[in-house]
Design a protein around this ligand. Structure first.
Ligand SMILES: [Zn+2]
Length: 257
C-alpha cells in the first residue's frame, strides 16, 4: 500500500484516566498477592498497549461511519482478508481499495497507516480494589470468590504517540490525518472508555492531543528532518487540523451509499 513515502504525521498525546482503569494481560508483573495485576512495561510503569487503543478507536470509527451510511468492514473480517474475500469474490484480483476504516487502521495483507505505540503512565502508583466474581446464572456473588483487582487511579496520565503514514486520501490533502483526529474528538465527546469493568465505572479516559508533527519527502530533500510541528491550542494547529478534518469529511461524503 505504501511503496512510496509522501509524508508522515507523528501525533503525540496524553491519555488521562477519568476513573480507575484496569488493563491486565499476559506479562503483568504486579505485586504477587494481587489476583488481577495491571499490565506494566519492563520498568514497572503501567501501560495501555497500543493494540488496545487501536481496537477501541477502530470499533468506534466502524460504528460512526455506518451511522453516516458508509459501508465499512467489521473486525476480524477486515477488507481483503481471506474471509472477507470469500464474501466479496467479485473484488478478488481487483485493485485494492479498502473501506475508510481500513484506510486508517489497515486491512488484510496491508500494513496499517496508523501505528499506535503503547502509552506509558508517568508514575508507578496503583490502587487495589476489592472485586467479587458474579455467578452468571444466579447473578449473585459466588461463595468465596472475592478477588483483588489492581487499578491505575483516576487522574493518571499515560503518554504515547501515533504515526500516520501518507496522510492524503483520494486526492484530499491530509484527509487521513483529519479522519484520525476527528475520531479522537468524537471518542472524547462520547465519554470513551478502555479496559475492563466499564459497566462498574472503570476505564473512563480522555485523549488529549499535544502536538502533530508532519515530516514530508520534501522536508527530507531540504534537510529539514524535524518537519513542521503544530502545537495543540495554537491558531496554526486549529487552521491546519480544521482543513484536514474538512478533507476527511469530503472523503466520507463521497463514500455515502
Ligand atoms: Zn475495511
Amino acid at each position: 500500500m505504501f511503496s512510496s513515502f509522501e509524508n508522515r504525521a507523528v501525533i503525540s498525546w496524553d491519555i488521562v484516566t477519568k476513573s480507575d482503569l484496569h488493563i491486565g494481560g499476559h506479562g503483568s508483573s504486579g505485586p504477587a498477592d494481587v489476583d488481577l495485576p495491571v499490565l506494566r512495561n519492563n520498568e514497572d510503569y503501567p501501560i495501555i498497549p497500543g493494540s488496545s487503543i487501536k481496537g477501541v478507536l477502530r470499533i468506534e470509527l466502524e460504528r460512526l461511519l455506518r451511522g453516516c451510511s458508509v459501508e465499512v468492514c467489521t473486525i476480524p473480517d477486515v477488507c481483503y482478508s481471506s474471509r472477507w474475500l470469500k464474501q466479496h469474490p467479485e473484488r478478488k484480483n481487483k485493485e485494492v481499495d479498502p473501506c475508510l476504516v481500513c484506510q486508517i487502521f489497515g486491512s488484510g495483507g496491508n500494513s496499517s497507516p496508523a501505528r499506535i505505540r503503547d502509552a506509558t503512565a508517568g508514575v508507578q502508583l496503583t490502587v487495589i480494589r476489592d472485586g467479587v466474581a458474579i455467578d452468571r446464572k444466579s447473578r449473585k456473588a459466588k461463595p468465596g470468590s472475592k478477588y483483588d483487582l489492581e487499578a491505575v487511579p483516576k487522574g493518571t496520565v499515560f503518554s504515547g504517540y501515533v504515526t500516520l503514514e501518507n496522510c492524503s486520501l483520494y486526492g484530499q490533502e491530509y484527509a487521513r490525518l483529519g479522519g484520525f483526529l476527528s475520531l479522537v474528538d468524537f471518542f472524547n465527546a462520547c465519554a470513551g472508555t478502555m479496559g475492563h469493568g466499564v459497566s462498574r465505572g472503570y476505564g473512563e479516559v480522555e485523549i488529549s492531543i499535544k502536538k502533530v508533527k508532519i515530516i514530508s519527502a520534501h522536508d527530507y530533500l531540504n534537510g529539514k528532518f524535524d518537519g513542521t510541528v503544530y502545537e495543540f491550542g495554537t491558531s496554526q494547529y486549529e487552521s491546519f487540523i480544521g482543513q484536514a478534518a474538512l478533507a476527511w469529511r469530503t472523503c466520507v461524503t463521497s463514500k455515502k451509499e
